[in-house]
Ligand binder design. Structure first.
Ligand SMILES: [Zn+2]
Ligand SMILES: [Zn+2]
Length: 122
């Protein structure tokens, strides 16, 4: 990878990842699976083309969370890092919350809003 690399990783530092900057698709997912797996009200995702993404340190543990998706998390500290969807095999979805600078990547869309918790604003 050349130039500036956007980086992120898990809470304990066992896993680090990176990818080149671009205007990537972002969304807040309010589905019940994201909620349960993260323990948070919703999860903010960013879609990175697979060929632009790389692990810098370690590799996460795989969890087949449904027939449509596989999720990856740090097996040391549990941070949810990545999701792969069968429908979009060329993309890797990273959790914006695991980026080093999540403030730079405001999610632009909301999905599964029918599952959104009533106390989540907006
Ligand atoms: Zn970790
Ligand atoms: Zn979801």
């Amino acid at each position: 990878m050349v130039g500036k690399v956007i980086q992120g990783g898990c809470f304990c530092g066992s896993i680090r990842y990176g990818f080149g900057p671009d205007n990537y698709y972002t969304s807040n997912c309010h589905c019940s699976m994201c909620r349960r797996i993260s323990g948070a009200a919703y999860v903010s995702w960013m879609a990175i083309p697979l060929e632009r993404f790389t692990y810098i340190e370690g590799e996460p543990k795989k969890l087949i969370s449904s027939s449509e998706g596989t999720r990856y998390f740090c097996q040391e500290c549990g941070t949810p890092l990545v999701c792969m969807l069968k429908e979009y095999p060329d993309y890797i979805y990273i959790t914006i919350g695991s980026l080093d600078k999540p403030q730079d990547f405001e999610p632009k869309t909301d999905i599964y809003i029918e599952d959104k918790l009533p106390w989540v604003e907006k």
